[in-house]
Design a protein around this ligand. Structure first.
Ligand code: ARG
Ligand code: ZN
Length: 889
């Protein structure tokens, strides 16, 4: 049954203190939970209903004596608690079985070490509790375990006592000085080693930073530690937010459902986002470590100090914290060009993953109104669109104004569990003259209305009057349960280019001054702006920097886009112009009845791309983004009826055309950027490696067609000689994706080299599952790889590397006319659901867009989803996804 946001009620009881004692044993862990609770005087007296899940209850005591209780489903109900508002001592003794916990929620064992994951509702799998974020308590935690097997015992806050016990056991006692909701509880116990760093904050306080990993992984933690130190310094410098703990710990585990978790003072991470060395991690991995370490650290203020009132407010902490980690990465990257690259990458994720979500069966507002399983709502809409909604506020109040808004937010709400409304209210109140304050109620529609708005621009130039009239109109398609949409507040940053690409001054009619860039705030269904003193018919550069998460429609002609691609001073729109042209030519070819031609791209566009590739001053990373074709998924979103094989064939043809017609230029690029010297994962040298990797792939693709395989030999040589994982993996990928004969020995060699590096073996599986489908070979290969001794469905990273890489990231191989890909998908969803529903439901999302498919794919896809839905004992997680998917028939 669905939970409704409108049904929110304050808790009937508060929990002020929690004293937990764990006797840790993988097969049977004992948990003694002593709580001091009291009635919430603001609500009518009610029974205490505590959440629990898969617990064995042994004893309940109230104020030191036995008590009556009953079970209502999985809830423990106490109806006869003392009346009045005096505190009550409640003691609950339960056991659980961590080594049988394959869901990886609550307390579980990974490679012999105990970990917890409590967000959102995992704490109830550890003990009975008011497992909701608006109940905040002070925690004291005592851990007891065998000392040899579990030498390190960690929990939130400060270590206040530790020592030996009888029978080879020992204990550690932790006190968290801050009150917190249960979802931020954590414990870790096992054989771990730590990299340590002492730091002094700006305010002069000493702190100990620790990164815990398995013995043997210590030399892979330097980058994570540096990222953590940078995060601490950045939050102080940019927002005046200091570390509020003596000790801050990060622990890595290889069994983790998500990326990482911001438990107070004890962040738990997927190893993928902690471990990095030049021989095992790519530049992208290094960048991800920095960004995720930052994200979790920034949660300490945005999430932990101020948390969510209920889970409908999830974006309050996630959208804001993603915005903060994006800004952190940009500030760390330094140069304007590197900032633009990061912005483009973030927008690419938004448009290829969130826009489809907003247009599909799982469409939901940034602040949802209802859910069946909250775990299904850790989505790109909550995270990435939520970050865009914060970014628009930043744009509307300015950088200084945003800092003021943050200050007011903390002044008002520190220590509280609040709502998304509270955040924008603080932003607006701190900036009363801003367009955000002027249009506050309307701006909040970004939180309540689902769907991606479309902004249509129409322009007219009057040469005689030297005026340029720009009309913007907005609309938003219906989404489930929301037919009519009200207009949004849409900041549209813009500029005008002359025909030669130079920037024209912008002067709105009635204004005395002019600027080169301006933000128009669209609030009505349609609005018009008139610019004066426009000396020539301009090319509009609209939605600069992607100033709002919308689809912009404007009837650009090819020449205008080529002008932008060559000259736009806004790096985002310069890139965007190339993408628009590529999508335009792709769609023409996809929608034509003729067989796919070899020259989908006109010569003028190819030349323009060559000019970018050879450009004397543009950064390599930026060039690589401009030269990259839009993904098949992005192309599919532009179509009402999707033939995945046709899209794949057209994109492959475009890629081959670029490979062949720019062959000399790719060779030049590889020569120019192919050797970055001593390894450093900074944006400039990462960009060079990325562009060199693309060049090598292009050369190998062209070689495959021409039959002259000299580049394959060179790629193999680069693969063997590489001094870092980025160059090595790029060379391996070039061989695999181009179908080179040398791919096979290279894959074997790679496995031998890295058989003891699980994160690298994940890459090895993912590469093979994501390869081009020559003759329908990928699915049989994936099935074969499932039998590989290194494969396990139980490990989420491994399952993602093989199964998701095939089902969700390789449309050309997955969408088979014989439906075998869909059958494979349904079998894996069901198999995974019995092990780990969260991972299963992520895989289930892979079929969200089935209803757009052309026949015969559409019918076969629907049947596969129906087969999953027909299973009687599905988890809530998967049931919600497949039910929504079928509802969209
Ligand atoms: N709060 C974590 C983060 O974004 C993610 C936790 C997700 N947990 C879950 N059960 N879905 O940093
Ligand atoms: Zn987060």
């Amino acid at each position: 049954t669905a939970i409704q946001r409108a049904d929110y009620q304050a808790p009937a009881w508060w929990i002020d203190t929690v004293d937990l004692t764990f006797d840790l044993d993988p097969a049977k862990t004992r948990v003694l939970n002593k709580m001091r609770i009291r009635r919430n005087a603001d609500v009518p007296a009610q029974a205490l209903r505590l959440d629990g899940d898969e617990l064995n209850l042994a004893r309940v005591m109230v104020n030191g004596a036995g008590t009556s209780f009953k079970m209502d489903g999985s809830q423990l109900v106490l109806e006869n608690l003392p009346e009045g508002n005096e505190p009550v001592e409640l003691e609950i003794f339960t056991t659980c079985t961590p080594d049988k916990n394959t869901k990886l929620m609550g307390l579980y064992v990974s490679e012999g070490t105990f970990f917890t994951q409590c967000e959102s509702e995992g704490f109830r799998r550890i003990t009975y509790f008011l497992d909701r974020p608006d109940v905040m308590a002070m925690y004291t935690v005592t851990l007891r375990a065998n000392k040899d097997a579990f030498p390190v015992l960690l929990s939130n806050g400060n270590l206040v006592d530790s020592g030996d016990l009888e029978d080879g056991r020992h204990f550690a006692k932790w006190v968290d000085p801050h009150k917190k909701p249960s979802y931020l509880f954590a414990l870790v116990a096992g054989k771990l080693v730590a990299r340590e760093q002492k730091i002094k904050s700006r305010a002069g306080k000493d702190h100990l930073l620790q990164v815990f990993v398995r013995p043997g992984d210590l030399e892979k933690t330097e980058h994570a530690m540096n990222s953590l130190m940078h995060s601490v310094a950045w939050d102080e410098a940019r927002f005046g937010l200091s570390l509020d703990l003596d000790r801050f710990m990060i622990v890595a585990t290889s069994d983790f459902n998500m990326g990482a978790m911001e438990n107070k003072g004890l962040n738990i991470f997927n190893t993928k986002y902690v471990l990095a060395s030049q021989s095992t991690a790519t530049d992208v991995d290094f960048a991800n470590v920095e960004s995720v370490v930052g994200h979790e650290y920034f949660h300490n203020w945005t999430g932990n100090r101020i948390t969510c009132r209920d889970w409908f407010q999830l974006s309050l902490k996630e959208g804001l914290t993603v915005f903060r980690d994006q800004e952190f990465s940009m500030d760390m990257a330094g140069t304007p060009s590197a900032r633009a690259v990061k912005r483009i990458e973030d927008v690419r994720v938004l448009r290829t993953v969130q826009f489809p979500e907003d247009a599909g069966p799982m469409a939901h507002p940034v602040r949802p109104d209802s859910y069946i399983e909250i775990n299904n709502f850790y989505t790109v809409t909550i995270y990435e669109k939520g970050a865009e909604v914060v970014r628009m506020q930043h744009n509307l109040v300015g950088r200084e104004g945003f800092a003021k808004g943050m200050k007011l937010y903390f002044a008002r709400h520190d220590g509280q569990a609040v709502t998304c409304d509270d955040f924008v209210q603080a932003m607006a109140d701190a900036n009363p003259a801003s367009p955000l304050a002027q249009h506050l109620e309307q701006f909040k529609r970004w939180y309540s209305q689902a769907g991606t708005p479309t902004v249509k621009a129409v322009a007219q130039y009057d040469a005689a009057a030297q005026t340029y009239t720009l009309t913007l109109s907005q609309s938003c398609a219906a989404t489930a349960g929301q037919v009519e949409k009200q207009p949004f507040v849409i900041p549209v940053e813009m500029g005008l280019l002359g025909q030669d690409g130079s920037a024209l001054p912008l002067q709105l009619q009635g204004d005395s001054a002019s600027t080169l860039s301006k933000t128009l705030v669209l609030t009505q269904a349609e609005q018009t702006w008139v610019f004066s003193n426009v000396a020539q018919s301009p090319v509009p550069s609209l939605l600069r920097g992607f100033s709002a998460p919308v689809v912009l429609q404007y009837d650009f002609n090819d020449a205008e886009l080529l002008t932008q691609l060559a000259h736009d001073s806004d790096s985002f729109n310069r890139w965007e112009a190339g993408q628009r042209l590529a999508v335009r030519y792709a769609l023409q070819a996809i929608q034509s009845d003729a067989p796919v031609a070899a020259n989908v791209l006109p010569a003028a566009f190819v030349h323009a791309l060559r000019d970018v590739l050879r450009h004397p001053t543009l950064d390599a990373a930026y060039k690589d983004l401009v030269l990259a074709l839009p993904s098949e998924a992005y192309m599919a979103e532009q179509l009402d009826v999707v033939d995945p094989q046709r899209i794949h064939a057209v994109r492959e043809s475009m890629r081959l055309q670029l490979a062949q017609s720019l062959q000399a230029d790719w060779a030049w690029a590889l020569e120019t950027y192919g050797d970055t010297g001593a390894y450093r994962p900074d944006p400039v040298s990462s960009g060079k490696r990325a562009l060199a990797g693309s060049a090598l792939l292009m050369l190998c693709l062209a070689a495959q067609v021409s039959g002259d395989t000299v580049w394959h030999g060179k790629a193999y040589q680069r693969f063997k000689d590489a001094g870092n994982m980025t160059d090595r993996f790029n060379a391996l990928s070039a061989l695999v994706h181009s179908g080179a004969e040398l791919a096979k020995p290279a894959l074997e060699r790679f496995h031998t080299l890295f058989k003891n590096e699980p994160l690298v073996i994940d890459k090895w599986f993912a590469l093979q599952a994501g390869t081009c489908d020559r003759g329908g070979n990928v699915l049989p290969a994936v099935k074969q790889l499932m039998k590989h001794p290194d494969f396990s469905l139980k490990n989420p990273n491994r399952a993602r590397s093989l199964i998701f890489s095939y089902c969700s990231a390789n449309p050309g191989a997955f969408h088979r006319a014989d439906a075998a890909g869909y059958v494979f998908w349904s079998e894996r969803v069901l198999e995974l659901d019995a092990i780990n529903p969260q991972v299963a439901s992520r895989l289930a999302r892979g079929m969200d867009r089935w209803s757009k498919l052309a026949q015969p794919y559409r019918t076969a896809a629907r049947e596969a989803i129906a087969r999953v839905a027909a299973k009687p004992d599905l988890s809530n997680d998967v049931r919600e996804i497949v039910t929504r998917a079928l509802g969209n028939d």
